[in-house]
Design a protein around this ligand. Sequence first.
Ligand code: AMP
Length: 190
Amino acid sequence: MIKLNLVLFGPPGAGKGTQSNFLIERYGLVHLSTGDLLRAEIKAESELGLQAKTLMDRGELVGDDIVIGMIRNKMEAHLDAKGFIFDGFPRTHAQAEALDVMLDAKNEPIVAMLALEVPEEELVTRLLGRGATSGRTDDQDEAVVRNRIREYEKKTAPLKDFYSAQGKFKAINGVGSIADITERLVKAIG
Ligand code: AMP
């Protein structure tokens, strides 16, 4: 059986987490969000969590080895999954390469990279709005929010070319109602 391995891609605030929830239900997938995994480490006050927190609070990326290791562990814990949704991962070229190596070894490649596209000012409004209610400290400070968007543009957005070269990149308009955006994603998955 071909596994439905998807990368849900986009800048912070594009709606990756929200849309993941619909897609995991619809297709029976396992959700792998490195942001959620890191926040769980922070909550557990682990060594890794403490290291990651300083970077996350500044809106900078956590080291590649840390997030790649977390993804590897989770994939090994779900060998019978129908597929994975990678949310917030990969965020760098090194992460994308490492993911391909892990998936190629199992002959279960990424099927599509779905990129939610949202204008920057809308992202800032959404993130600061979320910060007011979610308690996420990295969503509460405009300078940190803008730094995360800069990090995305500099290190993560170039991955569109990486997946384009594999014929897997699909741009999705990320502005509109949640239901409309889900429908666009479902259509793109085909
Ligand atoms: P997110 O919940 O995806 O917005 O991630 C929150 C923060 O966790 C980011 O701003 C980064 O500091 C860190 N983070 C999450 N995923 C990654 C990743 N794949 N690579 C590096 N840092 C990450």
